[in-house]
Design a protein around this ligand. Structure first.
Ligand SMILES: [Zn+2]
Length: 413
């Protein structure tokens, strides 16, 4: 592939705007040079005029479930999402999707937890029994999930996931109290705390991050005290000082997933409409505009907004993630990331720059993805070109004119 030069473009490197009118040279899949001054070009180079546009790093969604849905990673990249972090998936399905993302640049790259650290009859079987009940293999698959009950099974589980190709470990601290789902028992079983701690220790011993699902303040505190590196949802309860302080003390990050919370509570449908307008397929459009309506009274997305606003104020790292999957009505691969970022700005007082950083450099830093997430010489040329200036108006993100993955242009406006 000949080199590509993107000229006269505003460059947001993942942290800040480094040049208002800069030039970026892409070669062999990497960012080769970034300059304020024009380059002398060669005839065979592909030149892209970036006037009135902004170049940003490819976006990452830090909470998705790809399962074996190829259209998920195909659709995500159309919205500038070049990497997705898969927070629970069947090993065989992940390996299949990973192989495709290594072969093709026109799909998002996938990094996965593999199967989460589940316990018999625990989360997430209940939600899948509701949202994926059409899948005839579901019950058989659930039977094959880990049943972690002690240190030994925790160690075995982490070793097995690592050998399979997992990049991080996902824990589940969910008793079902916030959601109206057909649980066989309530509370649904959760691993004992010493077992959760053993999973975290095993992950860290294997140099892997441990992140946890939690939806209540109590569950968040339990997981932070067990030593996890991050929480994969915002709590649905009112802000509580001890949650904020524990995040600060442990230096843990949080992945809000407003996209799924809004669907659970039946809100923000109107703010999805602008993105939905571009979806040609009626079934897909209805899926994105639908709502799960499964949040119990007493819990709310407003609480989630307040939680994230307070955590940001306290200096806690917020990493953009949506919990999108083909099974979850109200979400859509890629589109939900743009919606999520819009909500950070319009519901939680983020500056557009802070929102953009949460989907680029912050995720790269916290998940140790040192090869991407920033426009920096030597990093992957995973790039998004948008019309206008998304560091001033996050709405500009809805005007994507080009996406590159590994230096190959895969999206044209
Ligand atoms: Zn999830």
């Amino acid at each position: 592939m000949p080199p590509t030069l993107i000229t006269n473009v505003r460059i947001f490197d993942g942290v800040s705007v480094i040049f208002d009118c800069g030039h970026v040279l892409i070669e062999s899949g990497k960012i080769q040079q970034i300059s304020e001054h024009p380059f002398s070009t060669a005839l065979e180079w592909t030149i892209v005029d970036g006037s009135n546009s902004t170049l940003i790093p490819g976006l990452t969604d830090a909470h998705v479930h790809v399962y074996q849905d190829l259209t998920f990673i195909e659709t995500a990249i159309q919205y500038g999402v070049t990497t997705v972090l898969d927070m629970h998936n069947e090993s065989e399905w992940f390996k299949k999707m990973k192989a495709i993302s290594c072969e093709r640049n026109d799909v998002a790259d996938i990094q996965s937890a593999g199967l989460a650290a589940t316990v018999k009859n625990g989360w997430p079987s209940a939600i899948l029994r509701m949202t994926a009940s059409a899948d005839p293999t579901l019950e058989k698959r659930i039977l094959g999930w880990p049943d972690i009950t002690d240190k030994e099974t925790a160690d075995q589980y982490v070793a097995k996931n690592k050998a399979m190709g997992a990049s991080f470990i996902k824990l589940m601290q969910e008793d079902g109290c916030t959601l109206s789902l057909p649980f066989p028992t309530r509370p649904i079983p959760t691993p004992r705390l010493e077992v959760q701690k053993a999973v975290v220790d095993a992950a860290h011993h294997n140099d892997m991050l441990a992140v946890a699902h939690a939806l209540t303040n109590d569950s968040v505190l339990k997981m932070l005290n067990a030593g996890v590196d991050g929480i994969t949802h915002s709590s649905l309860e009112p802000v509580n000082e001890s949650v904020i302080n524990t995040f600060k003390d442990t230096d843990a990050f949080i992945i809000p997933t407003f996209a799924v919370h809004a669907s659970s509570s039946g809100e923000e449908k109107h703010t999805r409409e602008r993105l939905a307008a571009d979806i040609a397929d009626t079934r897909e459009k209805d899926h994105f505009l639908g709502c799960l309506h499964i949040m119990h009274t007493g819990f709310s997305i407003q609480n989630a907004y307040d939680q994230i606003a307070s955590l940001k104020e306290a200096g806690v790292d917020i990493l953009c993630g949506t919990d999108s999957s083909e099974h979850l009505v109200g979400t859509r691969a890629g589109a939900s990331v743009l919606h999520e970022l819009w909500l950070y700005v319009n519901r939680c007082g983020f500056t557009p720059t802070e929102a953009l950083a949460s989907a680029t450099s912050k995720i790269a830093e916290r998940f140790k993805l040192k090869d991407r997430g920033m426009i920096q010489v030597g990093r992957r040329a995973d790039l998004v070109l948008v019309k206008g200036n998304p560091t001033e108006s996050i709405d500009s993100l809805y005007d994507i004119v080009g996406v590159w993955r590994n230096g190959e242009r895969v999206v044209w406006a």
